[in-house]
Each structure stands twice: as C-alpha cells, then as structure tokens.
Design a protein around this ligand. Structure first.
Ligand SMILES: *Cc1c(COP(=O)(O)O)cnc(C)c1O
Length: 336
C-alpha cells in the first residue's frame, strides 16, 4: 500500500441531486468527474466529506465502523453548507454497496478500507456567491490503507497557537474543505519555523483541536477534553475513546481548559490526538512561545496505548462490540 490516501479501489458509489430530488445511486467504475468550470464548488467551496473505515475479519466479512453516526454527521455538514442533504438510508446504502463490491480488496487488520463520502455543489452559476447550490453530486471513494503505527509509535510535536483559530465558528463543526485550507498556512508556517507536526489551535487560550484531529489529556484516572460546541469537529474517535474510557473506569472530564492549564496538566497527563486515520496518537512535545515543553517525560504513555488498543480490538474483532458500533455486511457481494 502506498502512502495514506493515494491508492483507490476501481469503483465509486455515486448519486446526483437534480430537479429537486436525489436520483438513484449506482456503483460505477472510478473515472474523472465531468464538471462544468462554473460549478458552485470551484468558486464558493460548497463541499463536505466524511472519513471512516471498514475492516475485514477472518470470516471474510466486512465491518464498517460507526457507519450511521458518520452518515448523520455528513447530513449535518451538508445542512450547514445549505447543500442538498443526502437521505441517510441512501448514503448508508451507497457505502455498503461499495464496500460489498470491494470486500475482497480490504486488507486484513491492522490495515483497512478508508471510506470517503464527498458531497459537492455542481450548480453552474458563478453568480451564486450568496446562493446555495441546488444541484449536487455525492460520491463515495474507497482507499485501502495501512496501519498508521506501522513505523512504530513516534510521538508528535505540536505548536500551541494561542491567537489564531483553525477556522470560523460557523463552520467549526462542519467537515468542509475550506477549514483545511484555513489551517494549512498556519500549519506549514509552524512546520518550517519550529519543526512541529501539527498546530494545536487555542484561540484566546481556549484549547480546541489541530487541523484534522481532536485533542485529549489522559491520566491513570481521567480523560480531559473540550466539551462539544460549534468551534471544533465532533470526532467519532473522540466519542468512542470517551465511551471506552468510561467503561474502563476513567473519569470523563469534558471541560474547557486554557493554555496555562494545559502547560500544567502535561506534567502529569499524557496528551493524544484522536481521529480515524491514526486512531489515538501520542503527543510528546508542545512548543509554546518558542520554548519546548515535554509532555511528561516525552515518551508515549501507557494510558494512551491502553485506550487505543481497546478501540482497535473492537475494530479488529478481537473483543465483542458492546456498543453496537460495527455494521456487518453480508458475505455475498451484491451484484452490480
Ligand atoms: C475528521 C476530523 C477529526 C476527527 O474525526 P473522527 O471522526 O474521529 O475521524 C477531528 N478534527 C477535524 C478538524 C476533522 O476534520
């Protein structure tokens, strides 16, 4: 497998919204999309996406992790961008049909099939800067991906940015392309200047998240993370880790905390980034005001490892799925 996100299955699921209705979806060979240069998405960034994984277990059947929760989040993103909202059953079915078609292409755990539903506004109108796209295309792309930790669990280094925000408050919890464009400049600047991996955005000292992952502090007893609000993306990995943490006896402390507090807390707490691609990745160093601050001793901690394993054991089929997070597909691929 190549680098994450560079290899694709040779089919996509696709559906179009036109004449005020979703047209019947289909699974089709992957090929370039024909789009009018005036398509709304190119000019006014009417786009949102999802990212989640399907796993193939020893029995040859695929399991999709938190499919319906990801579908619901995509509906929220679409609504916030005033794009046509995909019908939940339709989108879930598109994902399942595509996964069924490619079940034999899913590499075994810890590898998986990364799924990327994407919705774009296709209205041909460059005068629609302040009008929604009333036409859209929804597709699901599938990409076999390897284990993020294949090269060992190196710790991450984050720049603590206490002035600039990752994005605007009205799109903070929307999974939309513009947010990554907004975070890219500050992230590349920080990489060049401080050699960090990511920026932890903490506008006005409020510790929020990085460009594409949520942030958690973990001790032997508790997990601290910002409570859900409109400023940041509500990660499914974050939610899963909090639920498994509660099962394992950790106190779940969803609360605001400041940069000042963060710098105190990392003396005793592990720090981690959560997201579908990396699951739970340990943070070893923070950079703040030009100074490097170690998270505890700078090495990966046992609690981060324990929580990551608890989640991956469910995904890989090593322990029962007590929360009902996995959608099991029938063994027989659907006929196309
Ligand atoms: C996708 C994403 C996350 C992680 O979400 P998961 O559902 O855990 O994959 C966190 N922050 C941002 C900005 C994201 O885009």
């Amino acid at each position: 497998m190549g680098q994450f996100g560079t290899e694709f299955c040779d089919h996509i699921a696709i559906a179009r919204y036109e004449n005020d209705a979703w047209q019947a979806p289909s699974v089709e060979p992957l090929k370039p999309l024909a789009l009018h240069p005036a398509a709304h998405v190119f000019h006014y960034a009417s786009t949102c996406f999802e990212g989640f994984k399907a796993y193939r277990w020893d029995d040859g059947r695929a399991r999709i992790f938190r499919l319906h929760d990801h579908v619901a989040r995509m509906q929220k993103s679409a609504a916030s961008l005033r794009l046509p909202v995909p019908d939940a059953d339709m989108l879930a079915r598109m994902v399942m049909d595509l996964v069924a078609h490619h079940v034999d292409d899913i590499p075994l755990p810890p590898s998986s099939l990364y799924l990327r539903p994407t919705l774009i506004g296709t209205l041909e109108n460059i005068g629609a800067a302040a009008a929604p796209s009333t036409e859209a295309t929804l597709f699901v792309l599938a990409s076999p991906v390897g284990d993020y930790f294949a090269g060992g669990a190196a710790t991450l280094k984050l720049l603590v940015e206490d002035q600039r925000a990752r994005t605007t408050e009205q799109l903070g919890s929307t999974k939309t392309g513009g947010n990554y464009a907004a975070a890219l400049g500050p992230t590349l600047e920080a990489k060049e200047k401080y050699g960090v991996d990511q920026v932890l955005f903490c506008p006005n000292g409020d510790v929020q998240e990085t460009g594409a992952a949520n942030f958690l502090l973990i001790s032997d007893h508790e997990i601290i993370t910002k409570p859900l609000d409109s400023t940041f993306l509500h990660g499914m990995t974050r939610d899963s880790v909090l639920k498994l943490g509660a099962d394992l006896g950790y106190k779940i402390n969803e609360r605001e905390f400041s940069v000042t507090e963060l710098l105190e807390l990392v003396k005793t707490h592990e720090a981690a980034l959560s997201g579908t691609a990396a699951c739970l990745a340990p943070v070893g160093t923070l950079v703040y005001n030009g100074k490097e601050i170690k998270v505890r001793d700078g090495n990966p901690g046992p609690n981060t490892e324990k929580l990551r394993k608890a989640l991956q054991d469910i995904q890989y089929g090593l322990v029962p799925d007590r929360h009902g997070w996995l959608t099991v597909l029938d063994a027989v691929p659907v006929a196309i």
